[in-house]
Ligand binder design. Structure first.
Ligand code: MG
Length: 378
């Protein structure tokens, strides 16, 4: 059986801890030792497998526990016994069966599309739209509280051909941020600099500190203040000469609609994990572009599997034109979970053309990192 009417008969869920090479700080929290993600495998009666990742962060999108139980308990009954052709109705049912849990819903849609692509013998991007490019420029984030270590990373990625970095700011004082901007501008003049506060500034310092960093003429400055501070974002957007990007303020199309109306930014970080799947993330990008906003290909703390859904989304969505940050698989995790090397070459992510996501995770690697596994009857 190779058609879309084959039933989904199995669903496995893992919560894993992925060790990382260094500490990283962001305006809303740190990552140290490792980060946790939830993996989903769907199995069909014809023996096909589809994979998806829920990359969560408790201070940003939600906890891994929430994603795990969203899939294992609440979404499972909506999936088992349905066919691959039911993707849209499954996603609609999941949307209303459990509030939030956008990362779990992203994993679900990714796994369904992975199987659908294998059946159609098409890459996932071809199920969403036309391919707009063969590769996507890669941005690597600079976020080590020890800047000397980041100088080493900057030299390494520069040698690898990366010409785009995003400096994480707002976690260790304004002088530290000014010093690092100056150092990067001086030592790497041909690297495109972007800045991301991850909500790190207090309301009374948000505007002044954003304007201070705008002097370094970064391509954009991202989310200086808390997600809900829409009025302040709008004020900063009006007064800042540099493109202001919203990230934590905009999850799905509903947020995008309000953000556009209230003019809180001129750009948005598009993330599959925030929107609850590729389809909704694409909708955010199309809405933003129509409003004259620019779009960036963001991610969470992910493995190569999580990156892949973002890569396929971007391949089919030329509106996301500010590059991507799918660097964790190569530059941040100790060992990626894919059964091959996540495709980064000369500072670009290459877009896979093989059916489905184009790569699969390695089960042995997953088992070694597992801290919780689905136990429900299936
Ligand atoms: Mg961000």
């Amino acid at each position: 059986m190779t058609e879309n009417n084959q039933k989904i008969i199995g669903m496995d869920v893992w919560q894993i801890n992925v060790p990382v090479v260094s500490k990283r700080s962001h305006g809303i929290g740190d990552i140290e030792g490792g980060f946790e993600v939830v993996l989903l495998r769907l199995r069909t009666e014809a023996g096909l497998e589809g994979w998806g990742e829920a990359a969560c962060w408790s201070v940003f999108t939600g906890s891994p526990e929430a994603s795990f139980f969203a899939l294992d308990r609440y979404i499972r009954p909506l999936v088992i016994g349905k066919t691959i052709a039911d993707r849209q109705s499954i996603m609609l049912a999941a949307r209303y069966a459990i509030a939030h849990a956008s990362e779990a819903k992203s994993a679900l849609e990714t796994a369904l599309l992975d199987i659908e692509g294998q059946i159609a013998e098409k890459p996932v991007w071809a199920l969403l739209g036309d391919k707009s490019a063969d590769k996507i420029p890669l941005s690597v984030s600079i976020a080590d509280p020890d800047f000397n270590k980041d100088i080493g990373l900057l030299e390494r990625i520069y040698d690898d051909g990366v010409r785009m970095v995003k400096l994480k700011t707002g976690f260790a004082g304004h002088d530290f941020d000014l010093m690092r901007c100056e150092a990067i501008r001086k030592s790497f003049p041909d690297i495109a600099l972007r800045i991301d506060f991850n909500q790190g500034l207090q309301p009374d310092e948000g505007l002044a500190r954003t304007l201070d960093l705008a002097v370094f003429e970064p391509d954009f400055i991202e989310q200086p203040v808390r997600a809900h501070e829409y009025d302040l974002m709008a004020e900063i957007c009006r007064k800042c000469p540099v493109l202001l990007l919203a990230d934590e303020s905009i999850f799905g199309p509903e947020d995008m609609q309000r953000a556009e109306r209230e003019k809180i930014a001129g750009g948005v970080s598009i993330k599959v994990m925030k929107s609850g799947g590729l389809t909704r993330a694409r909708e955010v990008a199309l809405m933003a572009s129509k409003a004259g906003w620019q779009c960036y290909g963001g991610d969470m703390h992910e493995t190569g599997l999580g990156h892949l859904s973002g890569v396929h989304l971007m391949a089919a969505t030329p509106e996301i034109a500010l590059g991507c940050e799918f660097y964790h698989a190569k530059y941040y995790v100790r060992e990626d979970i894919l059964n091959g090397v996540f495709p980064i070459k000369n500072g670009y992510v290459e877009i896979p053309d093989s059916p489905g996501l184009g790569m699969k995770p390695d089960l042995e690697k997953i088992e070694k990192l597992t801290i919780r596994k689905s136990a429900m009857a299936r």
